[in-house]
Design a protein around this ligand. Structure first.
Ligand code: TXA
Ligand code: MG
Length: 329
């Protein structure tokens, strides 16, 4: 199968619609990462997502809808705080989990009675969702466990020959996956941290909990239990206080004849002397936007990525640290 990468225009949207209604997959950009989409009403198409990614069959998918789509067609029991949150943050990088009406096929939620719904803000995503006119189930468009894709090229690297179309909407500006928020309780609860932070939710909703996985307990967001975001090279992770140990590790690796790189933000880079750097930039939003791109660059050029955590660890950095720990910890 030939994999086409096309800019988003009337021709590629028509092709995308034909592919989706025909039960096949289309990769598309969002403001967070690229998604691998299928018609959420077609069980075989949704199963194809799992097969193509090699995704565990108990890790549910997010349904993506156009901004004018009435989500009460798909879900029920929408609490008042969720309406406020939707008004404040949608379209945008916030996924909200509600009680499902059972309209989308059961494979999307892996048999759970809830459904995760997302309204992406990316113009290309909106054009795609609007043109196709169907709820689209989509995980990140990477082979399961690999680093999520933030460019069309990243998607191509994972799925060349396996999918027919990648809609190219440029580099994703957000860079880490959406915040997943459980809206089935009296108080919203962050299941996966992202660009819409717990504080931002609490400011609108009054309060916000955060879920932490407890060993031996049933996980509320099944995706959390899996290894994720792994670059295909060796990795190490140091906290900010131990950044000079990272530099020592770099020098030892170099002395063994390897190609090590240090991955860090601008502030840490200033302390890394002449070491080769995968630079994440400055500030939480820039670091989030660069993280997956630099992990994918690192796996191409390095034998080992030696990551150093930024000093600041609150706000958006909660989400960044969550990914960095899973990728390099
Ligand atoms: O930014 C994003 O969210 C991207 C883009 C493509 O939209 N998508 C994405 O999908 O990251 P994925 O499949 O890689 O992650 C979906 C996450 C998983 O952690 C999954 O467990 C959780 O959402 N999830 C999905 N449905 C759920 C549900 N009904 N209840 C709890 N968690 C759910
Ligand atoms: Mg993913």
């Amino acid at each position: 199968m030939e994999t086409q990468i096309l800019p988003i225009n009337s021709g590629s949207l028509e092709l995308a619609k034909n592919i989706i209604t025909g039960g096949d997959l289309v990769a598309f950009p969002t403001e967070t990462v690229y998604g691998l989409g299928a018609n959420a009403l077609n069980d075989d198409a949704v199963k194809l997502i799992y097969a193509t990614k090699g995704r565990p069959s108990d890790n549910p998918l997010i349904v993506h809808v156009h901004k004018d789509f009435d989500i009460s067609e798909l879900v029920t029991d929408i609490p008042d705080y969720a309406k406020l949150l939707a008004k404040a943050f949608l379209p945008g990088p916030l996924t909200m989990v509600y009680k499902s009406r059972g309209i989308v096929c059961p494979t999307v939620s892996c048999g759970l009675d809830t459904l995760a719904v997302r309204v992406p803000s990316h113009e290309g995503a909106q054009a795609f969702l609007n043109y196709v006119g169907l709820p689209i189930a989509a995980p990140s468009a990477n082979i399961s466990k690999h680093v999520s894709p933030v460019t069309a090229r990243h998607v191509f690297d994972d799925f060349n020959g396996k999918i027919r179309l990648i809609l190219d909407g440029g580099k994703c500006t957000g860079g880490i996956e959406s915040t997943v928020l459980d809206c089935t309780g009296a108080v919203p609860c962050v299941l996966r941290s992202g660009l819409v932070t717990r504080d931002m939710v609490a400011q609108v909703a009054g309060e916000c909990d955060e879920y932490h996985m407890v060993e031996g307990e049933r996980v509320r967001s099944p995706g959390m239990k899996y290894k994720h975001y792994s670059p295909r090279c060796r990795t190490a992770l140091f906290d900010y206080a131990h950044r000079f140990d990272a530099l020592r590790e770099y020098r030892e690796s170099l002395a063994r004849g390897e190609k090590p790189y240090i991955m860090c933000d601008e502030q840490v880079a200033a302390d890394m002397e002449d070491a080769k750097i995968l630079n994440l930039g400055r500030g939480e939003n820039e670091v989030a936007a660069n993280l997956y791109d630099k992990l994918r660059e690192g796996e191409r050029v390095a034998d080992i990525i030696i990551a150093v955590a930024p000093l600041k660890q609150d706000g958006v950095m909660v989400g960044v640290m969550n990914r960095l720990t899973k990728a390099c910890g």
